[in-house]
Design a protein. Structure first.
Lengths: 278, 294, 405
């Protein structure tokens, strides 16, 4: 009896609110999915119809067969993954430095990372374009990866630093007292404890790169086109291809969601009791 | 290890990040800052008179600048606060265990996973006067008597766009705070439970303080991001009606890209940067003060 | 700061860019062409291969650049031209001609056109429209649309009205049809809406020369136009920010009875509405004077292009033999008389409305201020006037100030 009551109470206190939040999160997306499986004619019926006049997969067929969408998805994946790799390889050591050392210029350096990001990308885009051109990085995977990492790094450094600050110094000291070198400490002790933070930062970099439009638009050509640019192409001067746009929009959210589904388990974990000597 | 080598050690760790930054973005930032001192019009690259602080003076005398600044203030405070609160609540909920937790966590991420152009277009359509879902549902529920032109009225347009942004950004808070919650020491929570604290008290006295730094950092980063965001506004109303949804970065963007007045656009962006810098400065000072006393 | 210095400022990487290309002894040239089609599935591959078959020494690198409401396309174009990395040829519009000229980015085509035997296939009026203010021809016309008036034949029949010919008729017809949530006119107050405003205000006596926006006739025409929203209420409340999307969707859904656009949307309209939709030229003044927008698009050769003769061959192909094929891909109308005869894409009544509108079709001024007028000055002032934040007269004064200081 008590169990049932507390289960109901639990459901009301937790599961109902979370259901509300999830519904809020997916409602617009669901509307888009609905639009992608109805014929275009449905879009201009008044009053609004919630039930499709017919369910059709023609938009998906056109999208996958007649456009380069799949290829663009692939490009975006490569670029986002690349940005994560470059981003983490540069940010994790930097966060370690900021978290574990006290040195002159530390505050200034941390702040300057942020200052650079405070500048709106839109204003930087033309000088960046010229720079990339001089480096011969236009229309190349590497160019966009580097570009995306550059914008992700400052935020990633700050986030990782704060997660790392959450791991007490005593853990390091305990390990080094036990005879581990600094690098071993990082590899065997810090990184595992930092995993939730690393996963979060990786997701952040991935999503930021995945959704990025301006950089990709300016720096990519026909060879390396990301999915955000591909979607924009469906919005023309005097037509908007809603069917293709919504089908594409539906598909574009899926890789990130699946990725998150896979890694969200790694978000659990943290300090285990007894890691620190009393 | 020698003393100097020890002192240089942090810089070895910092080197990769600094190198990437120096190579790619440092120059463009300097260039753009430099440009703000000139009357640089993109299609007149051979005639670039030096203005000194002329562009800045022009900004301060520009009523649209002040309007945009005011809108930006409302925008930043409203969006960040609501994203934060919604994200915090979501993170706390997602930290509990229930059988479909994994699914919920993945679904909540969806708004964040969509490109701005899709978000802008979908929300614009949802707000449509005749064919939008929002008006339709409100009418069916008899909450309004006739449709509202959400994006065409100066009083509703900015809040409407803010809602779209809150929707887009709260998953970021949810995810980052959720990760932070994992580091809350279990012993402290148990100790508080034993002491008789209920869930709310545990939240306030144990959980929140231990993730305080993560919260503060995430708030700071998000504030900077939201302050600079203009994609969604651009797609949804282009700043209209009139100047009702003009924010400072949008104004700078329009000046630089449709007016092609790069110098003035750069100056406007710099002003925003300096204002944000003030916020960051206070944050860094406070954090280092806290660390100093720890 | 010179342009050269600006580019050089991009640092040590100038080393890489400074490497000279080895002199090529081959005869093959590659011409880059930037384009944008509304339909990304529409690929110019066939056009390219047909051209390359006839011109074996020329290869065409056609690149599809995102339009992004025009901003993205032109940002990329200008950035590339400034960086010295621009294409050889590109589709361009008149609203940017003045700026491109100031950038000294365009190559004059007069000499090459003089020797082109396809030039007589393009009407003189179209050539004149595309001439630059310095009298030279930089643009080679490729395609066009003309703004006309769509109307719902079914709603008109139900209300017992005929398509309007004059401004007054327009107003009374719209009033007759406005009832029960349906509005007479789906006004476009958002970006690009100056093509709705132009026919009424420019057609009502306003012009862009000094004082031309603040003459009595001009002010009255604009007051009447704003009045459609504020007093006549023949326009939906969402008009101030309605863009192309909204006016077309509402027209298709039958929530508005008239909408102003052009042949580019006609295929889609016909598919959605069939006989319920038709088009006529925009209304004119009682004196028969009127104005509508000539929606131009041309190809230009940039001054930095290395092989201008080859580039010219490509663009004259696009405006000559290949024009019929080009407009099939882009959905616009052919500039050549022969190409126009081959139009099977657009339903005839819409092509008719377009050609009937040509006598009053005009373009915006050839000034570097025009692009800004289109993207910021007109929308902000129009929206504020519609909402009553400024008076219609203040709006006209602002436009006059924009162009005439």
């Amino acid at each position: 009896m008590i169990e049932r009551r507390s289960r109901l109470a639990r459901m009301i206190a937790i599961e109902l609110p979370i259901l509300a939040v999830v519904l809020f999160a997916i409602a617009p997306y669901a509307w888009m999915v609905l639009t992608s499986i109805r014929p275009d004619a449905d879009l201009s019926t008044f009053p609004l119809s919630y039930v499709p006049s017919q369910v059709t997969l023609e938009h998906y067929a056109t999208l996958l067969q007649q456009t380069s969408f799949l290829q663009n998805l692939g490009n975006s994946l490569v670029i986002a993954a690349g940005a994560v790799v470059v981003g983490l390889l540069t940010s994790v050591p930097a966060a370690y430095a900021f978290s574990r050392f006290r040195f002159r210029g530390r505050q200034m350096l941390m702040t300057q990372f942020l200052v650079i990001n405070m500048f709106p990308v839109v204003l930087l885009i033309i000088p960046l374009f010229v720079l990339m051109r001089n480096f011969h990085l236009l229309d190349s995977y590497f160019g966009i990866i580097i570009g995306h990492s550059t914008f992700a790094i400052p935020f990633a450094v700050w986030m990782l630093t704060s997660y790392m600050n959450g791991i007490p110094r005593e853990v390091d000291e305990a390990a080094m007292m036990d005879g581990a070198t600094r690098l071993q400490t990082i590899r065997l002790v810090i990184l595992p404890l930092l995993m939730p933070g690393i996963v979060t930062t990786a997701i952040y970099i991935f999503v930021t790169s995945w959704n990025e439009y301006l950089f990709a638009m300016m720096l990519s050509g026909d060879h390396v086109r990301t999915v955000t640019v591909a979607l924009q192409l469906f919005i023309g001067e005097f037509t908007v291809q809603w069917g293709l746009l919504t089908a594409g929009g539906t598909l574009v959210a899926i890789p990130v969601t699946i990725l998150f589904l896979i890694v969200q388990r790694r978000l659990v974990g943290g300090l285990t009791a007894g890691a620190v000597k009393a | 290890m020698t003393q100097t080598r020890r002192q240089l050690l942090p810089f070895y760790f910092l080197a990769p990040a600094l190198l990437v930054e120096l190579a790619i973005i440092f120059y463009p930032v300097l260039q753009t800052t430099w440009m703000s001192l000139f009357d640089f019009v993109l299609f007149r690259p051979n005639s670039v008179p030096f203005l000194g602080f002329g562009n800045f003076a022009r900004a301060f005398a520009d009523p649209v600048f002040w309007l945009s600044l005011g809108n930006s203030a409302i925008w930043i405070v409203g969006v960040v606060a609501l994203q934060f609160l919604l994200g915090l609540g979501t993170a706390l909920l997602l930290n509990q265990s229930f059988w479909w937790r994994g699914m919920a966590r993945a679904l909540v991420v969806i708004p964040w996973a969509l490109p701005s152009v899709i978000i802008g277009l979908m929300w614009t359509w949802m707000y449509d006067y005749n064919l939008g879902v929002i008006n339709d549902l409100l009418l069916r529920l008899h909450l309004i008597a006739e449709p509202i032109a959400w994006l065409a009225r100066p009083d509703t347009t900015l809040p409407s766009i803010m809602l779209a942004l809150i929707w887009q950004g709260f998953p970021f808070f949810a995810v980052t705070i959720l990760a932070g919650l994992q580091t809350v020491p279990a012993e402290q929570i148990e100790a508080a439970e034993i002491d008789g604290a209920n869930a709310w008290q545990r939240l306030i006295s144990v959980v929140l303080p231990s993730i305080a730094e993560v919260l503060a950092t995430v708030l700071l980063l998000r504030t900077i991001w939201v302050a600079n965001s203009l994609d969604v506004i651009l797609v949804m109303t282009g700043g209209g009606p009139g100047y009702a949804s003009y924010t400072l970065p949008l104004y700078a963007f329009l000046k630089a890209y449709s007016g092609m007045e790069y110098g003035y656009g750069a100056a406007l962006s710099l002003i925003l940067t300096v204002l944000l810098l003030a916020v960051v400065y206070f944050y860094v000072r406070r954090v280092s003060r806290v660390e100093g006393t720890a | 700061m010179e342009r050269r210095t600006f580019v050089k400022l991009t640092g040590a990487a100038a080393l890489a860019g400074a490497l000279a290309r080895p002199a090529a002894a081959q005869q093959q040239t590659t011409i880059t062409w930037w384009y944008h089609f509304d339909n990304p599935q529409a690929s110019p591959a066939d056009l390219v291969s047909q051209f390359e078959a006839k011109n074996p020494s020329i290869k065409i690198d056609a690149q599809n650049i995102p339009w992004g409401g025009g901003t993205d396309y032109y940002t990329r174009l200008f950035a590339a031209l400034v960086a010295g990395n621009g294409p050889d040829t590109a589709l361009v519009k008149l609203s940017n001609q003045a700026r491109l000229l100031e950038l000294q980015a365009l190559a004059p085509l007069d000499d090459m056109i003089a020797g082109w035997n396809g030039k007589s296939d393009i009407a003189d009026s179209i050539w004149t429209l595309n001439k630059a203010s310095d009298g030279k021809q930089y643009y080679l016309p490729a395609q066009y649309v003309v703004i006309y008036l769509y109307y719902r034949a079914d709603l008109f029949k139900a209300a017992g009205v005929e398509p309007p010919k004059t401004f007054d008729e327009f107003r009374s017809v719209a009033k007759a049809v406005t009832k029960g949530g349906v509005f007479g006119f789906g006004m476009r107050g958002g970006a690009g809406g100056y093509d709705n405003w132009g026919p009424f205000v420019l057609g009502g006596g306003a012009n862009f020369s000094k004082g031309g926006m603040v003459s009595d006739a001009a002010l009255k025409a604009n007051r009447d136009y704003v009045g459609f929203f504020t007093t006549d209420k023949i326009v939906p409340p969402s008009a101030p920010t309605d863009g192309f999307q909204q006016i077309i969707a509402n027209f298709k859904a039958g929530r508005s009875a008239m909408a102003i656009h052009h042949v580019g949307s006609s295929v889609d309209m016909d598919k959605a509405l069939g006989d319920k939709v038709s088009a006529v030229p925009v209304p004119r003044g009682a004196d028969g004077k009127g104005w509508t927008l000539y929606g131009d698009e041309s190809n230009a050769i940039f001054s930095a292009a290395k092989d201008k003769a080859a580039a010219f061959k490509w663009i004259t192909y696009l405006s000559g033999e290949g024009n019929a094929e080009l407009v099939k891909l882009s959905g616009q109308l052919s500039v050549t008389t022969s190409g126009a005869k081959q139009d099977t894409l657009h339903p005839a009544r819409f092509v008719q409305a377009s050609t009937d509108s040509l006598p009053i079709a005009g373009v915006l001024p050839d000034s570097s201020k025009t692009a800004d007028f289109v993207s910021t000055v007109w929308p902000t002032n129009m929206q504020q006037a519609l909402l009553g934040q400024i008076t219609p007269d203040q709006m006209m004064q602002a436009i006059d100030k924009q162009f005439n200081g």
